[in-house]
Write a protein that binds this ligand. Structure first.
Ligand code: SAM
Length: 250
């Protein structure tokens, strides 16, 4: 197990193992049969009520910030098993979700099979570009994805977002973030999930820095804040679930 505080160790940022992350999420997809689809992506295998509470609190806060409406084109990057799809389809949005896990995407496709306004695709974050996922999206959601990407992949993704976005676009992020400093966890064995876990909890300032190319393309920071009023819904004392919005008016 390694817990590394700060941006780097010996000068270079500590990377997480992409293959291990991929395997982790394919295992989560399989585990959905036992722990349910919600815990597959929110975790808390031994406390499913907490997963339900987090899902509810997140949606209660963020749906108003998404401002869903009929015909709105939404791209959900790292959509998992489509946890957000139902909420947005309800308001008549046109929802496209992409995720690197074939297992989670299969679940999303099965769940929304009859839904003409929903589509899902297996796409790794490294490949996300307008050519692969399309363009003209009026909302782009990035919920709990960046924490599993290495710095170079976040930077590459940020550089491509502007082309994927409609002229008027709201980009919403929801990520667990390091509060005082960045925290990298590698090969931590989670007794809650019985799985090895790795993640990079960046600070909000670091994430904003990585999204800087978007500022050159007309996006402005609209706001950010804590996701949960009730601090006990967060996992660790060093990290906190935060939301962040950037918007371009076109
Ligand atoms: C914590 S889950 C969140 C899922 C969904 N956004 C939600 O909020 O319910 C993180 C998701 O990121 C996906 N992911 C992790 N690394 C990825 C990568 N390199 N490319 C694409 N997806 C990735 C996982 O497969 C997983 O579905």
């Amino acid at each position: 197990v390694a817990r590394i505080f700060g941006p780097s160790s010996g000068g270079a940022p500590v990377a997480i193992d992409k293959d291990a992350i991929k395997q982790f999420f394919e295992q989560r997809a399989k585990k959905a049969e036992v722990v349910g689809q919600l815990s597959a992506v929110i975790y808390q295998d031994k406390n499913p009520a907490l997963a339900v509470e987090r899902d509810r609190a997140e949606k209660a806060l963020l749906v108003d910030k998404i401002i869903p409406r009929r015909g709105l084109r939404i791209l959900d990057l790292g959509c998992g098993n489509g946890r957000w799809a139902g909420e947005l389809l309800k308001s008549g949005c046109i929802y496209h979700g992409v995720d690197g896990s074939a297992g989670l995407i299969a679940q999303a496709r099965a769940k929304y099979a009859g839904e003409k306004n929903a589509s899902f695709d297996v796409v790794c974050a490294e490949r996300i570009s307008a050519d692969v996922v399309g363009a003209g999206f009026e909302r782009i959601l990035v919920f709990g994805l960046l924490v599993y990407l290495n710095d170079e992949d976040v930077v590459r993704l940020a550089a491509n977002l502007s082309d994927i976005a409609a002229e008027h676009c709201r980009l919403l992020l929801r990520e667990p973030m390091g509060i005082a400093e960045r925290l990298t966890i590698t090969d931590h064995f989670s007794t809650d999930m019985d799985q090895f876990y790795s993640a990079i909890y960046r600070t909000e300032a670091e994430i904003l820095d990585m999204l800087a190319p978007l500022l050159d393309r007309g996006f402005r920071s609209v706001g950010s804040g804590d996701l949960f009023d009730n601090a006990s819904l967060n996992n660790r004392v060093e990290t906190r679930q935060r939301w962040m919005i950037l918007e371009r008016w076109g």
